[in-house]
Design a protein around this ligand. Structure first.
Ligand code: DX5
Ligand code: ZN
Length: 222
């Protein structure tokens, strides 16, 4: 079952509650929150205080994508703020197993994220621990970038590994998901579709979310 995860990175931050409500009316079922620290990625966004406000503004799960160094230091604060899913970058975690345990021990769903240059095979040991694997289909840091086509084979490989290993983690894709790419990512096996610019970029998130989700469902045969 495909789901649309509107990424607030491209929303109007001065009207965040309204923007999230519109994306929800358009069919978004999880809100994707991009947390950037200016070190792991060349941009700075938001942190636990905004997650705390979002928690009051919507009942949807909040999917916090941590693009930060030393994520362990901040996991308790995201839990306190009301985050539901937390994903950390493979590239940012020296002790990934410990970090995933920490997320789960704080009552949140742990996820792992791969940059475009990082192969899926590096996750073999920790796949049984994760609720979701997030395949970056752009280099993280900014919204509205062009989809990197080689991400498709990583999605296919993850779907194959999930079958072979009898696991149930969900496959999420983030970056450049829009009308021209959504069918390919769904057909490759992604089911959690993050979209920022395609939902918020033109200023009508409800209609644009609805249209993108309809295209995704059609591609999935749902
Ligand atoms: C990029 C972020 C994405 C971003 C995707 O670093 O992780 O979540 O919002 O934006 P679009 O959908 O515009 O490519
Ligand atoms: Zn993201």
């Amino acid at each position: 079952m495909v789901e649309l995860l509107p990424s607030i990175l491209s929303a109007d931050f001065a009207h965040l509650a309204d923007q999230v409500a519109a994306a929800e009316r358009g069919g978004g079922t999880v809100i994707h929150v991009d947390v950037m620290d200016g070190h792991f990625v060349p941009n700075i966004t938001i942190g636990p205080p905004v997650v705390k406000s979002l928690r009051k503004a919507t009942a949807l799960p909040l999917d916090c994508h941590l693009m930060i160094e030393n994520p362990n230091e901040f996991i308790p604060a995201f839990a306190d703020a009301g985050a539901n899913w937390v994903s950390v970058h493979y590239e940012a975690c020296t002790h990934l197993h410990r970090t995933l345990q920490l997320i789960a021990h704080h009552g949140m769903k742990p996820g792992v994220v791969l940059n475009p240059a990082t192969p899926v095979e590096l996750l073999l040991e920790i796949l049984p621990m994760v609720h979701h694997v997030l395949v970056m289909s752009v280099n993280p840091g900014f919204g509205g970038q062009e989809f990197i086509p080689s991400s498709l084979k990583k999605i296919r490989r993850l779907a194959q590994l999930r079958r072979e290993l009898g696991l149930a983690f969900r496959i999420e894709v983030d970056g450049g998901v829009a009308h021209d790419t959504v069918a390919q990512v769904v057909q490759a096996g992604a089911e959690l579709l993050v979209a920022g610019f395609a939902v918020f970029g033109a200023g009508h998130p409800e209609q644009d979310a609805r249209a993108l989700l309809a295209a995704a469902r059609q591609a999935a045969g749902e």
